[in-house]
Design a protein around this ligand. Structure first.
Ligand code: NAD
Length: 511
């Protein structure tokens, strides 16, 4: 979306949101088509919602306990038969309408996403537009969800039906809150499931707005619900016997726990987990593009991106030139108010995450890495002084066994290593239990595809990084996950195949 400067100023006036915004003050559970507070929430179970940009407490959010969760899942179960019986085309129409409504509300939702996450407004606008695209995409696929036909002997035949599971449980992380709600709900609903989604307690606001969008688009009440809460609510959801499938985005540790809790009921799971992805930069690359690629691979959303290429391997012969350009551009990034159009690095999500990130920089120093730039808290004037603003950090003299090179930091810290040969760098790049993404910069076409095929990861980028066009599946190899989101394959993860055999002759039996 392009706005002229006067429209933009007007938008900023209208939509600079804060604790007084209805999206913050209204109830944050969405059940049976309405915003509601959990009936049985105890004061002691409320949690604080903080603005990452300012550190102010925006409100207290009641947690959802088992009584309210049961009621929510009951409403999703009641809605299921009516929704699944609709032809795919009609389900798709609702989703496509929802995409249009979300586009209409884009600026408002983006401002709320900024309030929740602290990410720069231009990124939030981009995210919300991409969510609308995703919802529209699955709206388009819904009409085509179909089975197969097999001719068997003597005129008999079999056909398959692709059926929904029932009530899907979704749990999200905090870096792309609306994207997680959309990437899970759109394919789930397209296939005829209903869904109960729990956002991260750090970012509860926009998933509820998506509920309003779906309702306005004509989605039946109960088909999309939101419950707020911490670990306990997540555990109740993933353990619930009336949840047929879980779709989770978050850390490997939590994903593993959720998978274990789903095992007892043989619940299906989709897991979108963490990463420590390699980005390989060969000497024959376009160096300016490689520098921009490395920054995209590390500094979007304050470095809090699962697919980030945080292990940057640079061929020795160009490392000095690469680092000079990279450091200059990184130092020019504007750190500050996420609602300022010029800001490129906003606020880190929380004090804990900021301290964790700075802690990793300290560990890196102790283990022998050199801090080329950044890796510090940047002080801001009021009202931003309570937020956690970190300068993007570039580490060199890193080795493969350093803590920062092995562990996911989930903050704006890039580790740069050098290499000599293709064979060597592929081996080093694959030496991790993660497998979410990877990238390669080179002008050698054959090498680019060879490296992409050798890297053990679910999403590979050649001469770019961290782009997610709708329709391209996203998900991890190894411990980075199970299943795919954002592509046509996702429908396989929200539906099950029923085979129907039809006998056209007499029964041939030895009895
Ligand atoms: P997290 O695992 O701490 O929490 C994720 C969600 O799980 C939250 O909603 C939380 O309340 C809930 N939760 C926590 N414990 C639970 C339990 N025992 N049972 C059920 N639910 C539980 O992750 P986070 O800190 O919110 O997010 C950061 C992590 O998410 C990083 O590792 C990042 O790589 C990963 N991530 C992955 C993707 C992807 O698509 N692969 C996308 C974004 C983030």
């Amino acid at each position: 979306m392009r706005l002229c400067s006067s429209c933009l100023r007007q938008f900023v006036r209208c939509y600079s949101v804060n604790a007084l915004t209805p999206a913050v003050q209204q109830p944050l559970n969405f059940v049976n088509g309405h915003r509601v507070n959990p009936e049985s929430a105890k004061k002691s179970q409320e949690f604080d919602l903080l603005s990452p940009a300012t550190g102010e407490i925006l409100r207290h959010v009641p947690s959802t306990g088992s009584h309210d969760l049961d009621k929510t899942i009951d409403s999703a179960r009641e809605a299921f038969p009516g929704w699944r019986r609709l032809p795919g085309f009609e389900r798709g129409q609702v989703l496509k309408k929802a995409a249009d409504i979300l586009r209409r509300r884009l600026e408002e939702v983006a401002r709320v996403e900024v309030l929740d996450t602290g990410k720069p407004i231009w990124e939030a606008r981009f995210d919300i537009a991409a969510c609308a695209d995703s919802i529209e995409y699955y709206g388009g696929l819904a009409a085509n969800i179909s089975g197969n036909f097999s001719q068997v002997a003597n005129g008999s035949f079999a056909y398959t039906i692709r059926e929904p599971y029932g009530v899907v449980g979704g749990i999200g992380a905090w870096n792309y809150p609306l994207q997680m709600a959309s990437w899970k709900s759109a394919p789930a609903l397209a296939c005829g499931n209903t869904i109960v989604f729990k956002p991260s307690p750090l970012t509860p606001l926009t998933a509820v707005m998506l509920g309003e969008v779906y309702k306005e688009a004509g989605l039946l009440d109960g088909c999309y619900s939101v419950v707020q809460g911490h670990t306990e609510t997540g555990q109740l959801l993933s353990n619930h016997s009336n949840i047929a499938k879980m779709s989770f985005t978050g850390s490997v540790e939590t994903g593993s726990r959720i998978m274990a809790s789903c095992a007892k009921d043989i619940k299906k799971v989709t897991l979108e987990l963490g990463g420590k992805s390699p980005l390989i930069i060969f000497g024959d690359c376009d160096i300016d593009n490689a520098v921009k690629g490395a920054m995209l691979a590390n500094f979007l959303t304050q470095g809090q991106v699962c697919s980030n290429g945080t292990r940057v391997f640079v061929e020795k012969k160009i490392v000095r030139q690469f680092l000079e350009k990279l450091v200059t551009k990184t130092r020019n990034m504007k750190i500050g108010d996420p609602n300022d159009e010029k800001t490129t690095i906003g606020a880190t999500i929380s004090r804990e995450q900021a301290e964790k990130t700075l802690g990793y920089v300290d560990i890196a120093r102790k283990e022998g890495a050199t801090v080329l730039c950044g890796g510090e808290r940047v002080s801001m004037e009021p009202p931003l002084s309570g937020g956690y603003y970190l300068s993007p950090c570039i580490l060199t003299d890193c080795t493969d066994n350093m803590t920062v090179v092995r562990e996911e930091i989930f903050g704006c810290v890039m580790s740069v290593m050098t290499f000599d040969t293709e064979e060597e760098v592929i081996k080093r790049a694959n030496d991790t239990h993660f497998g979410l993404a990877g990238g390669v910069f080179t002008k050698d076409l054959q090498r680019a595809h060879r490296v992409a095929s050798e890297l053990e990861a679910g999403s590979l980028y050649i001469n770019n990084y961290n782009v997610y066009p709708v329709g391209v599946p996203f998900g991890g190899f190894k411990m980075s996950g199970i299943g795919r989101e954002n592509g046509p394959e996702t429908l396989d993860y929200y539906s099950q195949i029923k085979s129907v055999y039809v006998e056209m002759g007499d029964v041939d039996a030895p009895f």
